[in-house]
Design a protein around this ligand. Structure first.
Ligand code: GLY
Length: 425
């Protein structure tokens, strides 16, 4: 099989690594890829913002399966385009990906299907925002409707700041593009869980649960990022709670999408808050998480290609997944200054020594290969990932490997897994 992977982050490096383990795969093409993917696959340049460029590439490469990593190509309709050309592709159609690409669509969908989610109002003008925020108690959450690369959620401690945030989203002052609508949402508290499932449009199979660390600073402080580290262990969710989430959140979502004639095929990422009144859906993503995928795939014992094939072909119910019973952790090394501005092109050392630590995979995110040297090329640079029998051991291995790696300004959180280790999860 020839497999094309669209994307250039740590998630896509982990997907390429898992795909390459399949005995059925003879060729992997990553587009555009990164410095790490270039070491295990052929990389082909492509602009992930250009639907026509991605379609041209797929038509030229003729892969047996295309795996779409990031949300932007899904929201542009890459799956629809490739399906129309008879190409097999893993991921949701443009209409199904609206669960991620429009927060307003997702909230209304959740309400229509009685799936638990915080109270909300969808507003398309500052006047509507003024009226809506009267019925919410601060703090109030203001969310951009569209894709915002993790920057579209603003938690406001007063009605005035909520109105200002909404104004900034409508005018484009906050994100650079003007939002046509936004979501005002009740603020809720609890532990966040990433509950990712596979779906073939009918059946739902959960992956192992994970917990992300979105803030840049230790102790979950400072600005939000794309994710600074993640861990996965079965004790994150007991079997009864997993079953509840599957039954009352994931299955009704897939059934609801099918009933509305926009069947969802791909990864349904349920971003949940575990609250005193039960799990609530904070958001959906229509794709694998990053860095969740890195920690999840090192625990997958099944052949990833068999699993993704089963999704594409509608055979997921007959394809059970096998997992290692231990734990995993992924610690992200970022460029100094991230999530603000940072330098690119800085040489990275110690990668080979890090990869020698037992159970460790160093997944590249923002890296490039220049001559024989791997250099930084993004905010999140590496996801140092380890699997082990216990979470303590997985974290120890990831941090041992991280200690081998160095580049100017390198930053990483030293407290990944802290909520689990305090026994709070
Ligand atoms: N880790 C958060 C995300 O993938 O959106």
């Amino acid at each position: 099989m020839k497999v094309l992977i669209l994307g250039s982050g740590g998630r896509e490096h982990a997907l390429a690594w898992a795909v390459k383990r399949s005995s059925r795969v003879t060729q992997v093409v990553c587009a555009p890829g990164n410095g790490g993917m270039a070491q295990i696959a052929r990389c082909a340049p492509v602009d992930l913002k250009s639907l026509s460029a991605m379609v041209r590439l797929a038509e030229a490469e003729k892969p047996d399966l295309t795996i779409v990593g990031p949300e932007l190509p899904l929201s542009l309709g890459i799956v629809d385009e490739l399906q129309q050309r008879g190409l097999r592709v893993f991921g949701p159609t443009r209409a199904a990906a609206m669960l991620e690409s429009s927060k307003g669509f997702a909230k209304r969908f959740l309400q229509r299907h009685n799936i638990p989610t915080p109270n909300y109002a969808v507003c398309s003008s500052s006047d509507e925002v003024e009226k809506a925020i009267e019925i919410f108690h601060p703090p109030i959450v203001v969310k951009a409707d569209g894709l915002a690369a993790g920057k579209g959620v603003i938690i406001c401690d007063s009605r005035n700041t909520a109105a200002e945030a909404a104004h900034g989203l409508f005018t484009g002052a906050l994100l650079g593009t003007s939002e046509q609508q936004l979501v005002i949402e009740e603020f809720i508290e609890g532990d966040e869980i990433s509950f990712l499932c596979l779906s073939d449009g009918k059946h739902v199979t959960p992956l192992v649960p994970a917990q992300d660390h979105k803030r840049i600073g230790e102790g979950d402080t400072g600005p939000n990022t794309g994710g600074m580290g993640v861990y996965s262990t079965d004790s994150l969710l007991d079997p009864a709670m997993s079953e509840w989430i599957l039954h009352y959140i994931a299955v009704p979502t897939v059934e609801g999408m099918a009933a509305e004639e926009t069947p969802f095929t791909g990864v349904l990422y349920c971003g949940l808050m575990m609250t005193a009144r039960g799990p609530q859906v904070l958001e959906f993503n229509a794709r694998f998480g990053d860095p969740e995928t890195q920690a999840i795939l090192v625990r997958l014992e099944s052949d990833l290609i068999d699993v993704l094939d089963a999704c594409v072909d509608g055979r997921l119910a007959d394809t059970p997944l096998r997992w290692s019973s231990g734990a995993s952790a992924c610690v992200v090394a970022s460029s100094g200054g991230y999530p603000g501005s940072y330098k690119n092109g800085l040489p990275i050392t110690g990668l080979a020594a890090a990869a020698q630590v037992p159970g460790v995979q160093v997944f590249h995110a923002g890296t490039a290969q220049v001559g024989g040297q791997i250099v930084t090329a993004g905010g999140r640079v590496l996801g140092v990932t380890a699997a082990a029998d216990s979470l303590d051991q997985a974290l120890a291995r990831a941090y041992q490997a991280m200690a081998e790696i160095s580049f100017e300004g390198m930053y990483y959180r030293r407290d990944i897994g802290h909520r689990a280790l305090k026994g709070k999860s």
